[in-house]
Design a protein around this ligand. Structure first.
Ligand code: BV8
Length: 240
């Protein structure tokens, strides 16, 4: 078994599994979000064009449960914030999640590649801004004052994820790539491990409740709940 690095930069990819123990649903588990609603209807530009009110209702319900519910970072989020604080090199968290649990746990070097639930943007002015309440067709853009042009600041299927250049630069340079709580189903995130392996030098680890679709591509996989696995993994890294 190859050893974990003692230095160098670290890239951590997280998915819905890291927030599951905080009380947020995943997508593809048996009780997941896609078991209740079709992604084509609520997470694609066509779905939004067809029925914007339905898409707003889908994200309003998730925004409300995040903003008003009893949802807090769990020990896995907190361990990644500790790693960023105490590791001698750079630590970048690239999350597919649109919740704000990583930042609330203290992670600062963070990319939301699929956007953020607590932000919206105007389809005319494009700049995202914070929004914690319900969003509807009657809401007006505070900049251009257009009505009906606001949408969730979320990356839908068929749309380009955010900050991809910065992500690929970090993947090129890292000594360690860790994937936590993702099924490895959605690209380009699911392909990051191949990008890292193509360079051959970095160590790659998957921490997941069950093997992802890309599990065989990792040099090491550890199975279990994130709130137990991630703090232990971070402690092991920092105590080397
Ligand atoms: C792109 C929106 C290119 C926000 C999401 C045809 C047409 C167009 C594109 C495609 C196509 N065919 C394929 C594609 C590419 C497509 C894709 O990959 N499709 C899939 C379905 C095959 N990708 C895209 O479209 C991406 N964009 O390719 O652009 C492009 C190029 C040029 C120009 C323009 C565009 C955009 C992808 C982003 C889509 N948006 N969400 C929202 O509503 O949340 S993706 C959606 O899935 C979620 O956001 C989530 O981020 C993502 C991945 O899901 P996971 O996080 O992995 O969650 P999942 O439930 O799947 O798994 C949970 C895991 O946790 C499991 O492994 C489970 O075991 C584990 N777990 C559970 N409990 C725990 C746990 N682990 C630890 N502890 C626990 N307690």
């Amino acid at each position: 078994m190859p050893a974990l690095p003692k230095e160098g930069s670290i890239v951590v990819l997280t998915g819905a599994g890291i927030s599951k123990e905080s009380g947020l649903d995943t997508f593809r588990d048996k009780d997941g979000i896609w078991s209740r609603v079709r992604l084509e209807d609520v997470a694609t530009p066509d779905g939004f064009r067809r029925d914007p009110a339905r898409v707003h209702a889908f994200y309003n319900a998730r925004r409300r449960s995040l903003a008003e519910g009893d949802i807090h970072p769990n020990p896995a989020h907190q361990a990644l914030a500790r790693l960023e604080m105490e590791w001698p090199g750079d630590v970048l968290v690239v999350t597919q999640n649109i919740d704000d649990l990583h930042e609330r746990a203290g992670s600062g070097n963070l990319i939301h590649m699929h956007g953020e639930l607590l932000k919206i943007r105007c389809q005319k002015c494009a700049s995202p801004f914070a929004w914690t309440g319900d969003l509807g067709l009657e809401d007006k853009c505070p900049d251009c004052h257009r009505v009906g042009s606001l949408r969730p600041h979320v990356v839908w299927f068929g749309e380009m994820p955010l900050d991809m250049e910065r992500i690929f630069e970090a993947l090129e340079d890292c000594a360690l790539f860790v994937s936590i709580g993702t099924s490895g189903h959605v690209y380009p995130a699911a392909g990051f491990v191949q990008t890292v392996r193509a360079r051959g030098r970095a160590h790659t680890v998957e921490l997941n409740l069950e093997p992802s679709e890309g599990a065989s591509l990792f040099r090491e996989t550890r199975m279990g709940p994130a709130s137990r696995l991630v703090p232990a993994f971070v402690e092991e890294l920092l105590s080397r």
